[in-house]
Design a protein around this ligand. Structure first.
Ligand SMILES: [Zn+2]
Length: 235
């Protein structure tokens, strides 16, 4: 049986930051529901109805196809459990998170005029913020945020949506941390920023430790980073 839970953007981002799942996630795929569109939206009952429809389409899964849905005013709904493979993009479900706007951003069967415009859809940014939190949590870049149309001849998430613009907005919501890839092996070291007196300082200690170096962080405010070999921690 599909279940869904409504959260605020802040609650959703916090919950995503605490996520601990075994499934490997290497991309986020964005959709729109097309039908229902924003004018049909009636809160969580609309999301529940989408879940029932998806359960009918894929009776073996008996669940939501999307992991997250966004309402027109920035409502966030957690739907398909994170651990469970979604049903939203043929051939790309295993290692992705599927998110969807309850909107008609253009295209779709019949090529009717779009009912919703991303430029005036108040919930657009809420979705971008949640997608940013997903990128942070799964340590993927905004270039791993895709549209359904990247993998299909469908126009989803709508002919009015621009992927470059969308990714730029997601970057603005990401925590600004530095992700360093150590080759060979593609081991990703995430260096998180800390905001202090309005200045973001990226903590390079995880990288230095991975390389076997010690950081003299008292010198980093001069715009230089000094690393010392050995890194014997006698402090
Ligand atoms: Zn789609």
């Amino acid at each position: 049986m599909p279940t869904e839970r409504q959260l605020t953007v802040d609650q959703a981002c916090y919950a995503i930051g605490m996520l601990n799942i075994d499934r490997r996630i290497d991309k986020v795929i964005v959709h729109h529901t097309w039908e229902p569109s924003a004018v049909d939206y009636r809160g969580i009952s609309t999301v529940a109805s989408i879940g029932r429809t998806h359960a009918r389409w894929w009776p073996i899964r008996n669940d939501h196809g999307y992991h997250v849905l966004f309402g027109p005013s920035g409502e966030v709904f957690f739907a398909c459990p994170w651990e469970k493979v979604g049903a939203h993009t043929r051939g790309h479900n295993s290692h992705s998170i599927g998110v969807s706007y309850i909107a008609d951003f253009g295209g779709g069967p019949g090529e009717r005029a779009p009912l919703d415009n991303p430029a005036t859809y108040a919930g657009l940014a809420a979705g971008q913020q949640v997608v940013g939190a997903l990128c942070d949590r799964f340590e993927i870049g905004a270039d791993e945020v895709f549209f359904h149309s990247d993998f299909s001849s469908k126009t989803c998430p709508g002919t009015l949506m621009d992927r470059g613009e969308y990714r730029r907005a997601v970057i603005d919501f990401m925590n600004g941390g530095l992700k360093v890839v150590l080759l060979p092996g593609s081991n990703v070291i995430a260096c998180r920023p800390e905001i202090e007196d309005g200045v973001a300082r990226v903590d390079l200690r995880p990288l230095a430790e991975a390389l076997g170096y010690e950081v003299y962080d008292h010198i980093t405010d001069q715009g230089k980073i000094y690393l010392r070999e050995g890194g014997d921690t006698d402090d």
